[in-house]
Design a protein around this ligand. Structure first.
Ligand code: FAD
Length: 540
């Protein structure tokens, strides 16, 4: 449903009211000979960066999910960090503050980067302004290589720039056209997480503009409360303008392997064994491990990494899927370069000894490191050319405790998913080590040494996304009913009680941090944690 909204009137009102209010404050300040806050002097410099033309508003009122629609009053195109500080200070100092959401790529699926009746800060336009100056690689004798990168920057650009120095970050997401600020506000997970931790644990330092408009440098040593709040903080405590990320020497090639299983218990046993394997000189560790479901509805090769299985094997794999309903595909990667090329096959052989995949269903590829990390892009471009990228994405991402993953398989994959028979997209399943996460940070994970990321990455039509949402609801209700203690990743809740349950014993701390860093509840209202106007939520 499209909402007709008096953009222009509201926009003018906002500008007039704030301008009038702030100018009178300036005059009063002048009369009293008090200092004029610099942001008030800057008001004129930012007013022409607020846009409310229908096209700009439309983009900011939608996201990758294509389900929720929330109209902001204006979209802000900053040209400097000072502009964002000024905007936030104006809101924070107003008698009636307006909400502000940084919008990275808008690749959230439930309106998390939207701001109904507020202002969306378009980080993509900021990125264009800072082209060539916001990614900077340095070396330090104590900490080695690191990169300072603007929160608005894309991970793909971080990759290309760091590779110029022969180094790269170690922890990634599957898809690289996401912003640094956007993924660090969640966690940033992929097949490297079991070994290197999520992206948030690879951050050394941040620059953050808090909800009060304070511009703060923070790390584990300095302003650590803000640092830990912001990492995984769902945009609630500040806008990340710079992240310092540790780097390591980059490999040039990867050996990329897929193994197929019909038995979920064998599949997860092998996944867990592989992520616990410790490196030694003869047998170093894996660099990446994921897993996914192959089902009748979906295609054997998918947009996430097309053309992996040879055409000659498609009918064999398809008939096994028919027989078992679901096959489980374990995906692992070992990096190498020309010096380690000879060793890599031997190391892989040792690692794979005793694994219980279906005999013969072993597939491997050798590809350049960049091609592997950027593997989703070609699928994206293909879907875009077919008009299938900008469709609804009723996603559900969960963290499932290891002790309950078998029950999850039988109750969710083998029952709900097969019965409903609508899942035709990607379903990811892979384990991670809790020891690689930092519990001081805001992201919530299950309380077990190993937990699984399970991602239902559905694409649907505009007329049937509700069927997928109903399935997602059924999965969550099932877990709650039988006591599977899942935590949502990229969380989307509809009541305050749900949020409190999500954060569990970290809720009070989250709340205190909100009062400390964004007391007027200005930032990232689309997360619906503190600005929970669920009943008024608009759908497309
Ligand atoms: P947005 O969606 O624009 O923003 C997300 C939240 O962060 C919002 O609340 C926003 O206000 C806030 N925010 C944005 N920028 C800043 C900033 N600079 N400072 C503070 N807050 C900010 N995630 C994974 O972890 N692993 C994956 O493998 C993965 N794969 C994906 C694949 C695809 C195709 C897509 C569409 C998403 C994937 N994601 C993955 C999810 C992704 O991490 C989230 O969508 C995340 O929000 C990043 O997207 P974004 O940069 O567009 O941020």
């Amino acid at each position: 449903m499209t909402k007709t909204y008096p953009f222009f009137i509201n926009f003018i009102l906002l500008l007039l009211l704030t301008t009038a209010h702030l100018k009178s404050t300036v005059q009063k300040s002048d009369q009293c000979k008090t200092l004029v806050p610099p942001e008030l002097a800057n008001l004129d410099t930012i007013s022409n960066k607020l846009h409310n033309d229908p096209k700009t508003i439309k983009i900011a009122s939608n996201d990758y999910g294509n389900i929720i629609q929330e109209f902001p009053i204006a979209v802000f195109h900053p040209s400097s960090i000072q502009d964002i500080i000024t905007l936030i200070k104006i809101s924070n100092n107003s008698s009636v503050p307006f909400t502000i959401a940084a919008r990275g790529q808008g690749h959230s699926t439930n309106g998390q980067s939207m701001a109904r009746d507020g202002v969306v800060v378009d980080m993509a336009s900021f990125r264009k302004q800072r082209k060539g100056i916001a990614i900077s690689v340095s070396e330090d004798p104590l900490i080695g290589y690191y990169v300072d990168v603007g929160g608005e920057q894309l991970w793909i650009d971080v990759l290309y720039e760091t590779l110029e120095y022969g180094v790269a970050p170690v922890s990634w997401t599957d898809y690289l056209y996401l912003t640094v600020g956007g993924t660090l506000s969640n966690a940033g997970i992929s097949g490297q997480t079991f070994r290197y931790g999520p992206q948030i644990t690879n951050v050394l330092e941040l620059d953050v503009i808090t909800g009060k408009g304070d511009y703060v440098k923070c790390s584990n040593e300095k302003n650590s409360e803000l640092f830990n709040a912001v990492l995984g903080g769902l945009g609630q405590f500040g806008v990340i303008t710079r992240a310092r990320i540790s780097l390591q020497p980059a490999p040039t090639m990867v050996k990329w392997i897929r193994l197929l299983y019909s038995d979920f218990s064998a599949f997860t046993k092998d996944q867990e064994r592989l992520i616990l394997m410790k490196g030694s000189k003869q047998n170093s560790e894996l660099d990446f491990l994921e897993g996914m479901l192959l089902m009748q509805q979906g295609s054997i090769n998918n947009w996430r990494s097309s053309n992996f299985f040879p055409l000659s094997d498609h009918s064999r794999i398809a008939s096994l899927i028919n027989k078992h309903s679901i096959l489980y595909c374990l995906e692992l990667v070992k990096y190498y370069d020309h010096q380690s090329e000879e060793m890599v096959d031997k190391e892989i052989q040792v690692m794979l000894q005793g694994l219980a995949y279906i005999p013969g269903l072993y597939y491997e590829k050798n590809v350049p490191y960049v091609e592997f990390l950027n593997r989703v892009r070609s699928g994206e471009l293909k879907l875009q050319s077919q008009g299938l990228w900008d469709v609804p994405h009723p996603w559900l991402n969960l963290f499932v405790p290891k002790s309950q993953i078998l029950e999850f398989n039988s109750g969710v994959f083998k029952d709900i998913i097969l019965k409903r028979n609508i899942t035709n997209g990607i379903v990811l399943v892979y384990p991670m080590n809790k020891s690689k996460w930092d519990d001081r940070m805001s992201t919530i994970t299950p309380n077990e040494d190993i937990f699984y990321a399970v991602g239902f990455l559905h694409s649907s039509g505009f007329n049937n996304w509700k069927e997928y949402e109903a399935q997602n609801k059924e999965i969550l209700e099932f877990c709650s009913h039988v006591g599977i203690k899942v935590k949502q990743y990229l969380p989307n809740y509809s009541t305050q009680e749900d949020w409190e349950n999500h954060f569990g014993n970290k809720w009070m701390r989250f709340l205190e941090r909100k009062h400390q860093f964004d007391p007027r509840m200005i930032l990232s209202p689309g997360q619906k944690i503190f600005n929970n106007n669920y009943n008024q939520q608009q759908y497309i």
